[in-house]
Design a protein around this ligand. Structure first.
Ligand SMILES: [Zn+2]
Length: 246
C-alpha cells in the first residue's frame, strides 16, 4: 500500500466492489466511514473478498442523525465491535440547526461508549460546529484519537485542536481554496492524512473516488512545498504511526 484515503463513503458508490478492487490494485488504504450504523455491516461483506486494506468505521452522520434516531442503540452497541468510528460529529449549518439536540445526544453517546472501550480512532465531522465539537472532545479526553475531517475552524480553534492531540484528514475541497490551504499549512505535519470524502465530494462535477487520492496528495505537497512523492511518504508514515498508536 502507498496511498491513504482516510475518509471515504465506499458503500455509496454505484459499484463499491469495483472501487475496492481498484483500491487493492493501486495500493490505496481506506477508512470507509458509514452514514448509518447498518452500512458498516454491509461494508464488511463488500470488503472481505476485495483484498483491499479497509478500515470500516461504524457511524451516524450528523446530517441524517434526526432521521435515524432509532439507530442510536444499534450504533452504541456496534461501537464496541469496531476499532474505527465514523462518520460522527455535529453540523451547525442552518438546515440542521433544529436538530442540534439530537446530534449532540448521538455524539455524546458515541464518545461515552468509546471511552468505555478505549483504543478507538474517530473520523469527526464539524462543519460550522468546530467549537462545540472541541468542547465535547475536551469533556471526553479518553474517547480515542480524533481525526477532524475537512476541518474548517479558525486559526485559534486549529491551535486548540492541535494542542489537544487531534489529527486531521484533508481533501481537495479544502486544498482548492486559499483559506483552506492556509488552515492546512498550520496543521502539525505529523498529524495530517489525506482523504477524498467521495462520493459526496466532487471535482469538475464528478464524484471523487479513492483513486483520486493522488490529487489530494499533490495539492498537499504544494502547501507543504515539498515534492509530491515526499508528501505521499509523509502521509503514509503518519498513517502507520496512527494505526500503531491505538
Ligand atoms: Zn463524509
Amino acid at each position: 500500500m502507498k496511498w491513504v484515503d482516510f475518509h471515504c463513503h465506499v458503500d455509496l458508490y454505484d459499484d463499491p466492489r469495483s472501487i475496492l478492487a481498484s483500491c487493492a490494485q493501486s495500493g490505496v488504504a481506506v477508512f470507509a466511514v458509514s452514514t448509518i450504523p447498518a452500512a458498516a455491516d454491509r461494508l464488511k461483506s463488500l470488503v472481505s473478498a476485495s483484498g483491499a486494506v479497509v478500515h470500516i468505521g461504524v457511524g451516524l452522520h450528523p446530517e441524517v442523525a434526526h432521521k435515524h434516531q432509532k439507530s442510536l442503540e444499534l450504533l452504541l452497541n456496534e461501537v464496541r465491535a469496531y476499532r474505527f468510528v465514523g462518520e460522527v460529529g455535529l453540523d451547525g449549518s442552518p438546515q440542521y440547526r433544529e436538530y442540534q439536540a439530537t446530534q449532540r445526544r448521538v455524539l455524546e453517546g458515541v464518545f461515552s461508549a468509546c471511552e468505555k472501550e478505549g483504543g478507538k480512532i474517530l473520523s469527526l465531522h464539524s462543519r460550522r460546529a468546530v467549537r462545540p465539537v472541541l468542547d465535547m472532545l475536551a469533556q471526553h479526553p479518553d474517547a480515542g484519537i480524533p481525526v477532524l475531517h475537512w476541518f474548517s475552524g479558525s486559526p485559534h480553534e486549529l491551535a486548540e485542536a492541535s494542542m489537544s492531540g487531534c489529527w486531521f484528514s484533508v481533501g481537495l475541497g479544502m486544498l482548492q481554496t486559499a483559506t483552506g490551504r492556509e488552515v492546512v499549512a498550520s496543521m502539525p505535519r505529523n498529524r495530517v492524512l489525506t482523504e477524498t470524502d467521495g462520493p459526496f465530494a466532487q471535482a469538475g462535477g464528478k464524484s471523487l473516488t479513492p483513486l483520486d487520492i493522488e490529487r489530494s496528495v499533490g495539492a498537499l505537497a504544494k502547501v507543504w512545498n515539498v515534492p509530491p512523492e515526499l508528501a505521499r511518504e509523509m502521509v503514509w508514515s503518519n498513517y502507520e504511526a496512527l494505526i500503531a498508536k491505538s
